[in-house]
Design a protein around this ligand. Structure first.
Ligand code: P6P
Length: 354
């Protein structure tokens, strides 16, 4: 049986039984799943649906980016982290913010593209209990060369007094406090994958009806795989333990698959198994990837699918307590057996006390 087939064949998610032989849209799935939550107030349902709408709008522009003047570097130049902003980055960011502001289902937003948090005025008398963080278009440097890119999002319950504005403390929560996490992959097809802590499900956009339809039910990551994913170009800059593990992958004849778009690499690993690594480098001594809106949401998804996610100091990603909104970190994420194998190499070869 192929790995792909194995990844999608499982019992239905908990809660209301779903019919097995007809189209199930994202909206229907979310609404049905709401029954699984005691405190469900419809807000989370609304939030997930808003993100689905934004994803359809972004998908439309990503798919025609080469036809309209939306490729290339934005006039704004760089974002708050000094990353070159692509026009589509800005577009995707604006659409996500707009969809979330209009619905009033969240009280504040944080984005890779914005320096601070964005408080969302209450819509009517509604006091929202959720905050949303996202990387609106991860891997955007690939846009001009038609390589897949992705949106990554994380949803938390706010901690601050609901009668006032959200605070930075609402955002500096460990990933284990995420209420929901997901990504949208704009690839050969557009797929939205999310979890609310009760398994992982994937929905493929059917352009003929404009709906995300359940296509990957109760996704489970294979315990191991035959590929590793790392930017081999930095090999000589990696610490000894990372070089030793990469040598081991080569000795095992693992294939190297590295797209340079984290959502794409993680999605492949979720389906076929494998391990993704972004260790410390000279340019990024603390690692490059963002903890709050890249590593945490993808780690929640991978763990919910049966995988593991740690940093190169062997700390579980979801237990990291953030200190800054845009802080970076190292990550090793994927099939549990392969992450365990890497841990053994780090314990054996690390020059630093672990
Ligand atoms: P490098 C894209 O810029 C990104 O944030 C991730 O999507 C990707 O995995 C990583 O950076 C690629 O970084 O240094 O290998 O080009």
């Amino acid at each position: 049986m192929s790995t792909t087939k194995k990844a999608v064949q499982h019992s239905q998610p908990t809660g209301s039984a779903l019919p097995g032989n007809r189209i199930i849209t994202l909206d229907e799935f979310i609404i049905r799943s709401e029954k699984d939550f005691d405190y469900a107030t419809g807000e989370l349902t609304g939030l997930l649906r808003d993100i689905g709408v934004a994803a359809k709008i972004i998908n439309r522009e990503v798919n025609k980016a080469g036809l309209v003047n939306i490729l290339g570097v934005a006039d704004s130049g760089e974002n708050q982290s000094g990353d070159i902003q692509q026009k589509l980055d800005v577009y995707a960011n604006d659409k996500l913010v707009e969809c979330l502001q209009n619905s009033g289902e969240c009280c504040a937003i944080a984005s890779e593209e914005d320096e601070g948090i964005i408080n969302v005025p209450a819509v009517g008398s509604k006091q929202s209990h959720y905050i949303v963080m996202f990387d609106p278009l991860d891997g955007s440097s690939n846009i001009d060369v038609n390589v897949s890119v992705g949106t990554i999002f994380a949803i938390y319950r706010r901690k601050s007094d609901p009668s006032g504005p959200a605070t930075i403390a609402d955002f500096l929560q460990p990933g284990s406090k995420q209420v929901a996490a997901g990504y949208v992959l704009y690839g050969t097809s557009t797929i939205l994958v999310y979890t609310t802590g009760r398994g992982v499900n994937g929905f493929t956009l059917d352009p003929s009806i404009g709906e995300f339809c359940l296509s990957h039910r109760n996704m489970r990551i294979p315990n191991s795989g035959s590929t590793y994913s790392v930017n081999q170009g930095y090999y000589s800059k990696f610490d000894l333990e990372m070089r030793r593990y990469i040598d081991h992958c080569s000795d095992q004849n693992y294939g190297l698959r590295y797209i340079g778009s984290m959502v794409s690499d993680i999605h492949r690993i979720l389906i076929h198994g494998g391990i993704f690594l972004y260790p410390a480098t000279r340019k990024y001594p603390k690692g490059k990837l963002r903890l709050l809106y890249e590593c945490n949401p993808l780690s929640m998804i991978v763990e919910q699918a049966g995988g593991k996610a740690i940093n190169t100091q062997l700390k579980r990603i979801l237990e990291m307590v953030p200190t800054e909104l845009h802080q970076r970190g190292t990550i090793a994420i994927g099939s549990p057996d392969m992450v365990d194998e890497l841990k053994a190499f780090i314990e054996r070869y690390s020059a630093l006390p672990i």
